[in-house]
Design a protein around this ligand. Structure first.
Ligand SMILES: C[S@@+](CC[C@H](N)C(=O)[O-])C[C@H]1O[C@@H](n2cnc3c(N)ncnc32)[C@H](O)[C@@H]1O
Length: 251
């Protein structure tokens, strides 16, 4: 499943979606055509992408169910304008900044969907600080690169959550789902080699469904990235140790 298909699949039926940083408006067109939502508020911080979105929406014959706003994040978005919020394809730090600035509007959305392109740990930090609840974390693999999608809820309010450094880096729901998946498999001899190789073997394990294999691809990619950094940073070495300990405890 590619990135935009996964994002589209994560959007629940709603009255109005707000798509922040919409650009090509692919997701709005897809969900409107399939009747998943009734209307979309399309925003972007740049005029060029707003015009691209407007043209594509016109071509799709959907102008009467879309509104366009040129604004930074949620700045000029009234809270009652939507019930589901999507922010995808932006850097994690950018999405985190949008949420922090617009925190007083977040409780109006019953579902929030984020797809950070980079620095997902900074976004998890913000989600944790703002007491949003993680419902799920899913992954699309496109050209062998994993793309993370976070699905959150603002109504539950879980101030006691406080992510651990391991959850912040690898994702609380990614770890939870992988844990549930791995615990049901029989012993596999190839898994005794080392953590990196075991992740590689498991991410291609045919008995797992596609989504859980994609989550393992994400873990593998993170693990490799942190291994490269760990030569220079003690914090990353501690993270790797914590990950190894968690992973080995699953067998
Ligand atoms: C790479 S595109 C992503 C398009 C689409 N959402 C996707 O997932 O493919 C990023 C878009 O976000 C817009 N953007 C970046 N920062 C923004 C912000 N603070 N508020 C609104 N839009 C922003 C950019 O102008 C650009 O059009």
């Amino acid at each position: 499943m590619d990135r935009l298909t996964l994002i589209t699949a994560c959007i629940p039926p709603c009255r109005r979606l707000i798509d922040v940083g919409s650009d090509h408006a692919t997701v709005p067109i897809s969900i409107l055509n399939r009747g998943i939502c009734e209307q979309v508020l399309i925003t972007d911080v740049h005029r060029g992408p707003i015009e691209v979105a407007r043209r594509r929406i016109e071509e799709a014959g959907l102008s009467d169910v879309c509104r366009f706003v040129l604004t930074d994040g949620l700045d000029d978005v009234a809270p009652e304008e939507g019930d589901v919020l999507l922010i995808s394809g932006l850097g994690g730090e950018n999405i985190a900044g949008i949420l922090e600035r617009g925190y007083h509007k977040l409780s109006r959305f019953y579902r929030l969907i984020f797809q950070p392109q980079t620095r997902d740990y900074l976004l998890r930090n913000a989600i944790d600080r703002l007491s949003l609840t993680f419902l799920d974390e899913r992954v699309a693999v496109e050209n062998r690169r994993p793309y993370l999608v976070m699905i959150c809820d603002s109504s539950i309010g879980d101030p006691g959550m406080q992510l651990s450094p391991l959850q912040r880096e690898f994702g609380p729901k990614i770890l939870e789902r992988v844990e549930e998946t791995i615990q049901v498999i029989p012993h596999i001899p190839e898994l005794n080699v080392n953590v990196r190789t075991a992740l590689e073997v498991l991410s291609a394990f045919e008995l797992f469904d596609l989504q859980n294999r994609a989550r393992l691809v994400y873990l593998l990619s993170k693990y490799e990235k942190i291994t490269r950094r760990a030569r220079f940073h003690l914090r990353d070495q501690a993270l790797l140790n914590a990950f190894d300990e968690w992973f080995l405890s699953l067998f």
